[in-house]
Design a protein around this ligand. Structure first.
Ligand code: SAM
Ligand code: SF4
Ligand code: SF4
Length: 340
Protein backbone atom coordinates (compact mmCIF):
# COMPACT_ATOMS: atom_id res chain seq x y z
CA UNK A 1 0.00 0.00 0.00
CA UNK A 2 1.22 3.52 -0.81
CA UNK A 3 0.09 6.60 0.99
CA UNK A 4 0.43 10.29 0.15
CA UNK A 5 0.10 13.48 2.18
CA UNK A 6 -2.05 16.54 1.46
CA UNK A 7 0.44 17.72 -1.21
CA UNK A 8 0.64 14.29 -2.85
CA UNK A 9 4.06 13.53 -1.35
CA UNK A 10 4.54 9.78 -0.78
CA UNK A 11 5.87 8.26 2.44
CA UNK A 12 9.18 6.78 1.36
CA UNK A 13 12.26 7.79 3.21
CA UNK A 14 12.62 6.92 6.90
CA UNK A 15 15.47 8.42 8.90
CA UNK A 16 16.03 6.50 12.09
CA UNK A 17 18.01 8.04 14.92
CA UNK A 18 19.51 5.20 16.95
CA UNK A 19 20.91 7.35 19.77
CA UNK A 20 20.84 10.98 20.86
CA UNK A 21 24.39 10.78 22.22
CA UNK A 22 27.38 12.14 20.34
CA UNK A 23 31.16 12.12 20.65
CA UNK A 24 31.49 15.55 18.98
CA UNK A 25 30.07 18.95 19.86
CA UNK A 26 29.67 20.62 16.45
CA UNK A 27 28.91 24.27 17.04
CA UNK A 28 25.97 24.24 14.57
CA UNK A 29 24.30 21.22 16.20
CA UNK A 30 25.40 20.70 19.82
CA UNK A 31 27.06 23.92 20.91
CA UNK A 32 26.67 23.07 24.62
CA UNK A 33 28.74 20.45 26.44
CA UNK A 34 25.88 18.90 28.43
CA UNK A 35 22.36 18.06 27.34
CA UNK A 36 19.27 16.41 28.75
CA UNK A 37 19.53 12.90 27.31
CA UNK A 38 16.69 10.57 26.44
CA UNK A 39 16.19 8.06 29.21
CA UNK A 40 17.74 4.68 28.54
CA UNK A 41 14.58 2.67 29.16
CA UNK A 42 12.79 4.68 26.47
CA UNK A 43 15.32 3.90 23.75
CA UNK A 44 13.85 1.45 21.24
CA UNK A 45 15.36 -2.03 21.12
CA UNK A 46 16.50 -3.24 17.71
CA UNK A 47 13.54 -5.63 17.48
CA UNK A 48 11.18 -2.71 18.12
CA UNK A 49 12.84 -0.60 15.41
CA UNK A 50 12.63 -3.58 13.05
CA UNK A 51 8.91 -4.01 13.76
CA UNK A 52 8.29 -0.34 13.01
CA UNK A 53 10.32 -0.52 9.79
CA UNK A 54 8.07 -3.40 8.67
CA UNK A 55 5.03 -1.23 9.24
CA UNK A 56 6.52 1.75 7.38
CA UNK A 57 7.61 -0.56 4.56
CA UNK A 58 4.03 -1.81 4.21
CA UNK A 59 2.98 1.82 3.72
CA UNK A 60 5.52 2.48 0.97
CA UNK A 61 8.80 3.29 2.74
CA UNK A 62 11.68 1.85 0.75
CA UNK A 63 14.70 3.78 2.03
CA UNK A 64 16.14 3.81 5.53
CA UNK A 65 18.93 6.01 6.83
CA UNK A 66 20.49 5.35 10.23
CA UNK A 67 21.58 8.49 12.01
CA UNK A 68 21.79 10.07 15.44
CA UNK A 69 23.43 11.66 17.51
CA UNK A 70 26.32 9.54 16.45
CA UNK A 71 24.95 6.19 15.25
CA UNK A 72 28.23 4.36 15.86
CA UNK A 73 27.86 5.00 19.59
CA UNK A 74 24.97 2.55 19.58
CA UNK A 75 26.35 -0.82 20.61
CA UNK A 76 26.07 -3.70 18.11
CA UNK A 77 24.71 -1.49 15.31
CA UNK A 78 25.50 -4.16 12.66
CA UNK A 79 22.80 -6.31 14.32
CA UNK A 80 20.21 -3.67 13.47
CA UNK A 81 21.59 -3.31 9.95
CA UNK A 82 21.26 -7.07 9.51
CA UNK A 83 17.59 -6.98 10.59
CA UNK A 84 16.75 -4.17 8.18
CA UNK A 85 18.85 -5.47 5.28
CA UNK A 86 16.78 -8.68 5.32
CA UNK A 87 13.60 -6.80 4.40
CA UNK A 88 13.03 -7.01 0.63
CA UNK A 89 10.92 -3.83 0.60
CA UNK A 90 13.84 -1.73 1.85
CA UNK A 91 15.91 -1.24 -1.28
CA UNK A 92 18.37 1.23 0.24
CA UNK A 93 19.88 1.29 3.72
CA UNK A 94 22.40 4.02 4.45
CA UNK A 95 24.03 5.63 7.47
CA UNK A 96 25.16 9.17 8.26
CA UNK A 97 28.11 9.29 10.67
CA UNK A 98 30.69 11.76 11.89
CA UNK A 99 33.30 9.11 11.05
CA UNK A 100 35.17 9.12 14.37
CA UNK A 101 34.55 5.41 15.03
CA UNK A 102 34.10 4.38 11.42
CA UNK A 103 37.49 2.78 10.72
CA UNK A 104 36.82 0.04 13.27
CA UNK A 105 33.18 -0.53 12.30
CA UNK A 106 33.12 -0.18 8.49
CA UNK A 107 33.91 -3.85 7.65
CA UNK A 108 31.26 -5.24 10.05
CA UNK A 109 28.65 -2.80 8.74
CA UNK A 110 29.39 -3.80 5.16
CA UNK A 111 29.18 -7.48 6.08
CA UNK A 112 25.85 -6.86 7.82
CA UNK A 113 24.37 -5.47 4.59
CA UNK A 114 24.65 -1.68 4.90
CA UNK A 115 24.51 -0.25 1.37
CA UNK A 116 25.97 3.23 1.65
CA UNK A 117 27.74 5.57 4.03
CA UNK A 118 27.68 9.35 4.32
CA UNK A 119 30.46 10.89 6.37
CA UNK A 120 30.07 14.40 7.75
CA UNK A 121 33.30 16.33 7.31
CA UNK A 122 33.43 20.12 7.46
CA UNK A 123 37.15 20.76 7.29
CA UNK A 124 40.47 19.20 6.32
CA UNK A 125 42.32 21.20 8.96
CA UNK A 126 42.77 19.51 12.35
CA UNK A 127 42.91 22.78 14.35
CA UNK A 128 39.77 24.04 12.67
CA UNK A 129 38.04 20.72 13.34
CA UNK A 130 38.98 20.92 17.02
CA UNK A 131 37.50 24.42 17.25
CA UNK A 132 34.35 23.46 15.37
CA UNK A 133 33.66 20.19 17.21
CA UNK A 134 35.44 20.74 20.54
CA UNK A 135 37.18 17.40 20.13
CA UNK A 136 40.71 16.60 18.82
CA UNK A 137 39.66 13.62 16.69
CA UNK A 138 40.12 14.91 13.13
CA UNK A 139 42.69 12.21 12.26
CA UNK A 140 40.20 9.51 13.30
CA UNK A 141 37.55 10.97 10.99
CA UNK A 142 39.95 10.98 8.04
CA UNK A 143 40.94 7.40 8.86
CA UNK A 144 37.26 6.49 9.07
CA UNK A 145 36.50 8.07 5.71
CA UNK A 146 39.42 6.27 4.03
CA UNK A 147 38.15 2.98 5.50
CA UNK A 148 34.80 3.30 3.67
CA UNK A 149 35.96 2.40 0.13
CA UNK A 150 38.44 -0.10 1.59
CA UNK A 151 35.51 -1.93 3.19
CA UNK A 152 33.90 -2.19 -0.25
CA UNK A 153 31.31 0.60 -0.05
CA UNK A 154 30.49 2.60 -3.18
CA UNK A 155 28.33 5.69 -3.75
CA UNK A 156 29.91 7.32 -0.68
CA UNK A 157 28.97 10.89 0.21
CA UNK A 158 30.73 13.51 2.29
CA UNK A 159 28.41 16.10 3.86
CA UNK A 160 29.84 19.53 4.64
CA UNK A 161 27.90 22.24 6.44
CA UNK A 162 29.25 25.49 5.01
CA UNK A 163 29.51 28.36 7.48
CA UNK A 164 30.73 31.81 6.57
CA UNK A 165 34.10 32.65 8.04
CA UNK A 166 34.48 29.11 9.39
CA UNK A 167 35.09 26.75 6.44
CA UNK A 168 33.87 28.54 3.30
CA UNK A 169 37.47 28.78 2.05
CA UNK A 170 37.74 24.96 1.83
CA UNK A 171 35.09 24.09 -0.77
CA UNK A 172 37.51 23.18 -3.57
CA UNK A 173 39.95 21.52 -1.14
CA UNK A 174 37.17 19.20 0.03
CA UNK A 175 36.20 18.32 -3.54
CA UNK A 176 39.84 17.59 -4.40
CA UNK A 177 40.33 15.48 -1.28
CA UNK A 178 37.25 13.38 -2.03
CA UNK A 179 37.92 12.82 -5.76
CA UNK A 180 40.35 9.87 -5.41
CA UNK A 181 38.41 8.10 -2.62
CA UNK A 182 36.02 8.34 -4.48
CA UNK A 183 33.29 10.23 -2.61
CA UNK A 184 30.80 12.87 -3.69
CA UNK A 185 30.82 16.05 -1.62
CA UNK A 186 27.51 17.66 -0.74
CA UNK A 187 27.62 21.19 0.58
CA UNK A 188 24.81 21.86 3.05
CA UNK A 189 23.51 25.32 3.77
CA UNK A 190 23.62 26.07 7.48
CA UNK A 191 20.10 25.58 8.88
CA UNK A 192 18.34 27.40 11.72
CA UNK A 193 16.90 24.29 13.30
CA UNK A 194 17.24 22.41 16.59
CA UNK A 195 20.54 22.92 18.34
CA UNK A 196 21.65 25.66 15.94
CA UNK A 197 21.25 28.27 18.65
CA UNK A 198 24.16 30.31 17.30
CA UNK A 199 22.66 30.49 13.79
CA UNK A 200 22.41 33.82 11.98
CA UNK A 201 21.37 34.48 8.38
CA UNK A 202 24.74 36.18 7.85
CA UNK A 203 26.59 32.95 8.55
CA UNK A 204 24.67 31.05 5.82
CA UNK A 205 26.63 30.60 2.59
CA UNK A 206 23.94 30.23 -0.06
CA UNK A 207 23.89 27.84 -2.98
CA UNK A 208 24.46 30.79 -5.32
CA UNK A 209 27.58 31.80 -3.41
CA UNK A 210 28.89 28.23 -3.30
CA UNK A 211 28.46 27.92 -7.08
CA UNK A 212 30.12 31.27 -7.70
CA UNK A 213 33.15 30.33 -5.57
CA UNK A 214 33.52 27.00 -7.39
CA UNK A 215 33.12 28.61 -10.84
CA UNK A 216 35.91 31.05 -9.94
CA UNK A 217 38.16 28.09 -9.23
CA UNK A 218 37.07 25.55 -11.88
CA UNK A 219 35.35 27.48 -14.67
CA UNK A 220 31.88 26.49 -15.85
CA UNK A 221 29.81 24.35 -13.47
CA UNK A 222 26.91 22.51 -15.18
CA UNK A 223 23.77 21.32 -13.40
CA UNK A 224 23.15 17.57 -13.64
CA UNK A 225 19.61 17.13 -14.97
CA UNK A 226 17.84 14.30 -13.16
CA UNK A 227 14.52 13.32 -11.56
CA UNK A 228 15.18 12.74 -7.87
CA UNK A 229 13.54 13.22 -4.51
CA UNK A 230 16.98 13.47 -2.89
CA UNK A 231 17.63 16.82 -1.27
CA UNK A 232 20.86 17.60 -3.13
CA UNK A 233 20.95 19.40 -6.47
CA UNK A 234 23.94 17.98 -8.28
CA UNK A 235 26.47 19.79 -10.47
CA UNK A 236 29.34 18.75 -12.72
CA UNK A 237 32.78 20.35 -12.93
CA UNK A 238 34.58 20.58 -16.32
CA UNK A 239 36.62 17.44 -15.46
CA UNK A 240 33.42 15.44 -14.83
CA UNK A 241 33.54 15.50 -11.01
CA UNK A 242 30.06 15.68 -9.55
CA UNK A 243 29.16 17.43 -6.28
CA UNK A 244 25.88 18.34 -4.61
CA UNK A 245 24.37 21.31 -2.83
CA UNK A 246 21.60 20.94 -0.26
CA UNK A 247 20.06 24.39 -0.19
CA UNK A 248 17.67 23.76 2.68
CA UNK A 249 17.85 27.36 3.86
CA UNK A 250 17.69 29.53 0.73
CA UNK A 251 15.89 27.18 -1.73
CA UNK A 252 14.17 24.40 0.23
CA UNK A 253 12.86 21.26 -1.39
CA UNK A 254 9.73 20.75 0.77
CA UNK A 255 7.49 20.25 -2.26
CA UNK A 256 9.35 16.97 -3.00
CA UNK A 257 9.88 15.88 0.60
CA UNK A 258 9.08 12.21 1.18
CA UNK A 259 11.07 11.86 4.42
CA UNK A 260 10.11 11.48 8.03
CA UNK A 261 12.10 10.88 11.18
CA UNK A 262 11.96 8.41 14.02
CA UNK A 263 13.82 9.37 17.20
CA UNK A 264 15.75 6.82 19.25
CA UNK A 265 12.84 6.74 21.73
CA UNK A 266 10.21 6.16 19.07
CA UNK A 267 8.73 9.61 18.40
CA UNK A 268 7.90 10.06 14.72
CA UNK A 269 8.34 13.52 13.16
CA UNK A 270 6.89 14.54 9.81
CA UNK A 271 9.32 17.42 9.32
CA UNK A 272 12.73 18.47 10.57
CA UNK A 273 11.11 21.70 11.77
CA UNK A 274 8.04 20.08 13.37
CA UNK A 275 7.58 21.02 17.01
CA UNK A 276 5.52 17.95 17.77
CA UNK A 277 5.72 14.30 16.82
CA UNK A 278 3.69 11.12 17.23
CA UNK A 279 4.64 8.63 19.93
CA UNK A 280 4.96 5.18 18.35
CA UNK A 281 6.88 3.59 21.26
CA UNK A 282 3.94 3.81 23.68
CA UNK A 283 1.44 1.99 21.43
CA UNK A 284 4.10 -0.52 20.35
CA UNK A 285 4.96 -1.40 23.94
CA UNK A 286 1.31 -1.60 24.94
CA UNK A 287 0.90 -4.33 22.37
CA UNK A 288 -1.05 -2.34 19.77
CA UNK A 289 -1.44 -4.45 16.65
CA UNK A 290 0.48 -3.77 13.44
CA UNK A 291 -2.80 -2.86 11.70
CA UNK A 292 -3.66 -0.27 14.34
CA UNK A 293 -0.16 1.22 14.13
CA UNK A 294 -0.51 1.31 10.37
CA UNK A 295 -3.80 3.17 10.74
CA UNK A 296 -2.20 5.67 13.13
CA UNK A 297 0.73 6.33 10.76
CA UNK A 298 -1.54 6.48 7.70
CA UNK A 299 -3.82 9.03 9.36
CA UNK A 300 -0.93 11.28 10.32
CA UNK A 301 0.78 11.06 6.93
CA UNK A 302 -2.41 11.70 4.96
CA UNK A 303 -2.99 14.84 7.04
CA UNK A 304 0.61 16.04 6.63
CA UNK A 305 0.90 19.69 5.63
CA UNK A 306 4.50 20.31 6.74
CA UNK A 307 6.71 22.60 4.69
CA UNK A 308 8.96 23.74 7.52
CA UNK A 309 11.90 25.17 5.59
CA UNK A 310 9.65 26.97 3.09
CA UNK A 311 7.73 28.59 5.93
CA UNK A 312 10.99 29.71 7.53
CA UNK A 313 11.92 31.32 4.22
CA UNK A 314 8.97 33.69 4.52
CA UNK A 315 10.21 34.90 7.91
CA UNK A 316 12.13 38.06 7.13
CA UNK A 317 13.52 38.54 10.63
CA UNK A 318 14.84 35.04 10.91
CA UNK A 319 16.57 33.79 14.05
CA UNK A 320 17.10 30.25 15.43
CA UNK A 321 13.85 28.24 15.39
CA UNK A 322 14.02 27.32 19.07
CA UNK A 323 15.54 29.32 21.91
CA UNK A 324 17.98 27.57 24.19
CA UNK A 325 15.57 27.81 27.16
CA UNK A 326 12.94 25.91 25.13
CA UNK A 327 15.45 23.33 23.92
CA UNK A 328 16.40 22.61 27.50
CA UNK A 329 12.80 21.67 28.28
CA UNK A 330 12.42 19.18 25.42
CA UNK A 331 15.36 17.22 24.00
CA UNK A 332 13.15 16.16 21.06
CA UNK A 333 13.56 19.61 19.58
CA UNK A 334 17.30 19.05 19.19
CA UNK A 335 18.85 18.23 15.81
CA UNK A 336 20.96 15.50 17.43
CA UNK A 337 17.77 13.84 18.74
CA UNK A 338 15.86 13.86 15.47
CA UNK A 339 18.82 12.99 13.32
CA UNK A 340 19.38 15.94 10.98
N1 SAM B 1 26.40 12.54 13.96
C1 SAM B 1 26.18 12.17 12.63
C2 SAM B 1 26.85 13.14 11.68
O1 SAM B 1 27.23 14.23 12.11
O2 SAM B 1 26.98 12.77 10.53
C3 SAM B 1 24.71 12.01 12.25
C4 SAM B 1 23.74 12.99 12.85
S1 SAM B 1 23.91 14.68 12.30
C5 SAM B 1 22.62 15.48 13.19
C6 SAM B 1 23.29 14.56 10.65
C7 SAM B 1 23.68 15.70 9.72
O3 SAM B 1 23.06 16.88 10.15
C8 SAM B 1 25.18 15.98 9.67
O4 SAM B 1 25.65 15.88 8.35
C9 SAM B 1 25.28 17.39 10.16
O5 SAM B 1 26.32 18.08 9.55
C10 SAM B 1 23.92 17.95 9.83
N2 SAM B 1 23.57 19.15 10.62
C11 SAM B 1 23.53 19.25 11.96
N3 SAM B 1 23.17 20.51 12.32
C12 SAM B 1 23.01 21.22 11.17
C13 SAM B 1 22.63 22.56 10.86
N4 SAM B 1 22.38 23.45 11.81
N5 SAM B 1 22.53 22.92 9.56
C14 SAM B 1 22.77 22.02 8.57
N6 SAM B 1 23.11 20.73 8.79
C15 SAM B 1 23.24 20.34 10.07
FE1 SF4 C 1 28.10 16.94 15.02
FE2 SF4 C 1 26.54 14.92 14.14
FE3 SF4 C 1 27.24 15.10 16.68
FE4 SF4 C 1 25.54 16.85 15.67
S1 SF4 C 1 25.16 14.71 15.90
S2 SF4 C 1 27.27 17.26 17.06
S3 SF4 C 1 26.36 17.07 13.60
S4 SF4 C 1 28.63 14.84 14.97
FE1 SF4 D 1 10.84 18.06 4.41
FE2 SF4 D 1 10.33 19.61 6.50
FE3 SF4 D 1 12.78 19.54 5.43
FE4 SF4 D 1 10.75 20.74 4.13
S1 SF4 D 1 11.67 21.34 6.08
S2 SF4 D 1 12.27 19.33 3.26
S3 SF4 D 1 9.05 19.38 4.69
S4 SF4 D 1 11.72 17.85 6.46
Amino acid sequence: MRISDTFGRPLKNLRISVTDRCNLRCQYCMPEEEYIWLSRGDILQFEEISALVDIFADLGADKVRLTGGEPLLRRNLPDLVRLIAKKPAIRDIAMTTNGVLLAEHAPALKAAGLHRVTVSLDTLRPERFAKLTRRPTHAQVIKGLLAVPQAGFTDTKVDTVVIRGVNDDELADLIEFCKPLPAEVRFIEYMDVGGATKWTMDSVVSRAEILKALERRYGRVEPVIEERSAPADRYRLPDGTVFGIISSTTAPFCSRCDRSRLTADGIWYLCLYALQGTDLRGPLRRGTSADELKALITGRWRARTDRGAEERLRNRHRSPLVRISELKKDPHLEMHTRGG
